[in-house]
Design a binder for this molecule. Structure first.
Ligand SMILES: [Fe+2]
Length: 196
């Protein structure tokens, strides 16, 4: 089954994000969906044709996680946002866990933003490691380096330059502030009940 690009146009008009920036970003995202399908199809055809011992097969295998995560992380990112934002419910397990693991919500937020302010391109992910019951603000280099195996991504922020430069130039911190104002903290009760 081929992956299909989701429609995030309801985000157009989000404060702090120009339509031009968002539209470009949606187009980039759609490219990852197209390439994820292309690479998956090519790899499966090569496997059937007995071409697995080739350098072309090896390079496409290496590329797959990059394309797939480029697709999926954008979906998490746009899903994380809503026009006007929605504050976190202090009665959720997630909020209580943030306070327990980081000392306070404010300390968590400061750490998440500081991770995003790091030099380089990639993503910041608030991950929940269900095995030990711990939260981590994690730096992901590009799309594929630094993920925590088996952990659940709860909040995802794009810090590639394409996510902000059209609107903010080099002022990455201003973009991060705008993103925080647009965060949709709606938490799926099923997911929340998993957090201890
Ligand atoms: Fe992006």
């Amino acid at each position: 089954m081929a992956y299909e690009a989701k429609n995030f146009e309801s985000l157009l008009g989000t404060k702090g994000f120009s339509d031009q920036l968002l539209k470009n970003h949606f187009t980039l995202y759609q490219g990852y969906v197209t390439n994820t399908n292309k690479v998956a199809d090519t790899l499966s055809a090569m496997a059937k044709e007995g071409k697995t011992g080739t350098p072309e097969y090896a390079e496409l295998k290496r590329r797959f996680g990059w394309e797939f995560n480029g697709m999926r992380l954008h979906e998490y990112y746009f899903d994380n946002m809503t026009k006007g934002g929605k504050e976190i419910d202090k009665n959720t397990n997630l909020y209580k866990k943030i306070v327990a693991d980081f000392g306070s919500y404010e300390t968590w937020e400061k750490d998440f933003k500081a991770t995003g302010a790091m030099r380089g391109i990639g993503w910041v992910i608030l991950y929940y490691d269900g095995t030990e019951g711990r939260l981590f603000n994690t730096w992901i280099n590009e799309h594929d380096v630094g993920h925590l195996s088996g952990a659940k991504p709860l909040m995802v922020m794009d810090v590639f330059e394409h996510a902000y430069m059209i609107d903010y130039g080099l002022k990455k911190a201003d973009y991060i502030e705008a993103f925080f104002k647009a965060i949709d903290w709606t938490i799926d009760p099923k997911m929340d009940s998993w957090i201890e």
